[in-house]
Design a binder for this molecule. Structure first.
Ligand SMILES: Cc1cc2nc3c(=O)[nH]c(=O)nc-3n(C[C@H](O)[C@H](O)[C@H](O)COP(=O)(O)O)c2cc1C
Length: 365
């Protein structure tokens, strides 16, 4: 199974180490960063969602009109638009991008962040809504005749879309989360299930939980698995570790000037995914071949935050360890977003692709 690489479609140059130099939506930077991904072997880029961030679907349409190869992973929160409206937004974007869209349904890990846009449901209720939402979006993408819906969270009658995705029967549905409610909803509905990078053993456990949830939902197939990391690479191991420690120093220096983001608290995160990352960091700094947890600890386990540290060869081997676990979509982003996307694309992606191709050939033989 060929491996895929997911990068980041940031709309400014800000990160945990670097205050952004301009506004939240820097059109030129958005395209420059995306083009760097397209030119250096990445398959897809993620447009993340935050209550105050630039609206990702519009930014993604802009990108799709400027680049003709790079695929788009669009993060979407069900509470911000009605599912029939969202289905048309995604179908239109898939048309604009000539079939390059995957939608990443996120349920939101923090009640306070959800309430900023009028969402007062508790997390498990949010997951139940996400599940119903995805079912409606899938139906709206496929049904050519009008249908009614009368569910727990949504009710409407006689809806039929007049715009359909290029991808047939429909674009892929991606899903993220690590709580039991996430496994249940995502295991039942997702084509791609996304996790934040943890040690191999913990990741294997999560993959089993997702597969079991898919089975419990009566599925005969299972979602593909995506895992995310923060690679820190350099020409020698020594230089890579120096860079890793400097990275944490830069994060700590930034924290001295205030919160890193409005979306994530630095202490006591509500979402299971972040709690798991902090629990792993409590157990130690280094795991397996190259996993390093102080970057997660420094940011309160804020999303994709565990690092893989080493030379390109070491980091490539570490990623292949996850590939061998059944992870075929590898998500990565650095801290100096543009330079790190180019370096990772230039020095790590080719090594992983070559080794995966060799393994696939051996398997086929
Ligand atoms: C790959 C990935 C990307 C995510 N992107 C976002 C995002 O852009 N915005 C957001 O609010 N949450 C994002 N999340 C977090 C989800 O909203 C998740 O539902 C939430 O953290 C609750 O997770 P839990 O089930 O682990 O408690 C992402 C999660 C994953 C795994």
């Amino acid at each position: 199974m060929p491996v895929e690489f997911l990068g980041i479609a940031a709309t400014n140059n800000g990160s945990e180490t670097t205050p952004r130099s301009g506004g939240a939506f820097d059109k030129d930077y958005t395209i420059r960063l995306a083009r760097a991904h397209e030119d250096h072997g990445w398959d897809r880029v993620l447009f993340a969602y935050g209550s105050g961030t630039p609206e990702p679907a519009s930014a993604a349409a802009y990108l799709a009109s400027k680049l003709d190869k790079l695929q788009i992973l669009l993060a979407h929160r069900p509470n911000v638009s009605y599912p029939t409206f969202a289905a048309k937004t995604f179908a239109t974007l898939d048309q604009i991008s000539d079939g390059r869209l995957t939608v990443h349904f996120i349920t939101g890990g923090t009640d306070h962040e959800q309430q900023r846009e009028g969402d007062y449901l508790a997390k498990d209720q949010r997951y139940s809504r996400t599940r119903e939402y995805i079912q409606i979006v899938k139906k709206a993408w496929i049904n050519r005749s009008a249908f009614d819906h009368d569910g727990e969270h949504y009710r409407f009658a006689d809806f039929v879309s007049d715009v359909f995705p290029v991808q047939q029967p429909r674009p892929n549905v991606s899903f993220g989360g690590s709580s039991p409610a996430a496994y249940e909803a995502g295991g039942a509905e997702a084509d791609i299930f996304c996790l934040w990078g943890e040690p191999l053993a913990e990741t294997a456990q999560q993959i089993e939980s997702v597969k079991q949830a898919a089975k419990d939902a009566g599925r005969t197939d299972v979602p593909r698995i995506q895992v995310a990391f923060r690679p820190i690479i350099a020409p020698t191991e020594e230089l890579a570790w120096e860079k890793a420690h400097r990275t944490v120093d830069r994060i700590e220096a930034r924290k001295a000037n205030g919160p890193l983001s409005r979306r994530h608290s630095l202490t006591n995160p509500e979402n299971t995914g972040s709690q798991r990352l902090l629990a792993v960091a409590e157990r130690g700094e280094r795991f397996d071949r190259a996993l390093w947890t102080p970057t997660a600890k420094a940011t309160g386990g804020a999303g994709n935050s565990n690092a893989l540290v080493g030379t390109p060869e070491t980091v490539a081997q570490a990623l292949l360890d996850y590939y061998d676990l059944g992870v075929d979509i590898l998500s990565a982003r650095g801290y100096d977003l543009l330079d790190d996307a180019i370096d990772f694309g230039r020095y790590v992606i080719p090594l992983v692709r070559e080794e995966v191709a060799k393994r696939d050939r051996a398997k086929a033989a």
